[in-house]
Structures are given as structure tokens and as C-alpha cells.
Design a protein around this ligand. Structure first.
Ligand SMILES: [Zn+2]
Length: 112
């Protein structure tokens, strides 16, 4: 199960200094979820809200775990202010062990 058309192709390489294109990779995840190919398991905020929270710089790291329906693996996508985003497969048990932190109130960062 090393090559999955769904979850192994989520990452969009960045042409800048960081590893992955944050906007494009997040958009790809959102598209795969709305197409029913993947499912959000748990995140600091819903996938749809990740970019607005990230741009607000109110939370240092933003993480989400997504299930791949094709291969059954879990994909982790983590954003970090001024750092490299992380995209990797994760063990399902990581979700409960993850050090979820408080999320700033939505009225401070959601786009109206
Ligand atoms: Zn997969």
C-alpha cells in the first residue's frame, strides 16, 4: 500500500522555501473530502477554516487528521507559522494522543 492515488497525491510541492504549498495542499484536501474520497477525522478547526486561522497567525500550529477511503490510512497535515508544513501518514492512535491546544475564538479570525 505504498502508492495511493488519493492520499499520496495530496501534497502540492511549493516553489518557495517551504516543503509544501500550504494553500494548494489544503485546497486539495478539501476537494478530496468533498468528493467523498477522504474524511476529516479531527482537526484544530475544520479543513475549510484552516487557511483563515493560519493567516491570522493567532495559533502557532494547526493540525488535521484525514482518513483515506481508498487505502484506509490516516494522513496528517500540520501548518506551523513561519515553519515548514508537515504532510505525512499517521497512526490512527496518534489522534487521541495529539496535544490538541485551545483555538482562538472564531470571531477573531473567520472571514466574514
Ligand atoms: Zn490513500
Amino acid at each position: 500500500m505504498d502508492n495511493c492515488d488519493i492520499c499520496d497525491t495530496v501534497g502540492v510541492p511549493s516553489d518557495g522555501a517551504i516543503s509544501w504549498d500550504i494553500d494548494a495542499t489544503t485546497e486539495t484536501l478539501i476537494r478530496r473530502v468533498s468528493a467523498g474520497r477522504m474524511r476529516e477525522l479531527r482537526g484544530d478547526v475544520p479543513l475549510q477554516d484552516m487557511l483563515s486561522l493560519f493567516e491570522s497567525e493567532l495559533k502557532y500550529t494547526i493540525s488535521v487528521f484525514v482518513d483515506c477511503h481508498d487505502c484506509g490510512r490516516v494522513l496528517f497535515w500540520g501548518l506551523c507559522i513561519r515553519g515548514n508544513p508537515i504532510l505525512r501518514h499517521a497512526d490512527r492512535t496518534e489522534i487521541d494522543r495529539w496535544p490538541w491546544g485551545p483555538v482562538p475564538p472564531g470571531e477573531r479570525w473567520t472571514r466574514s
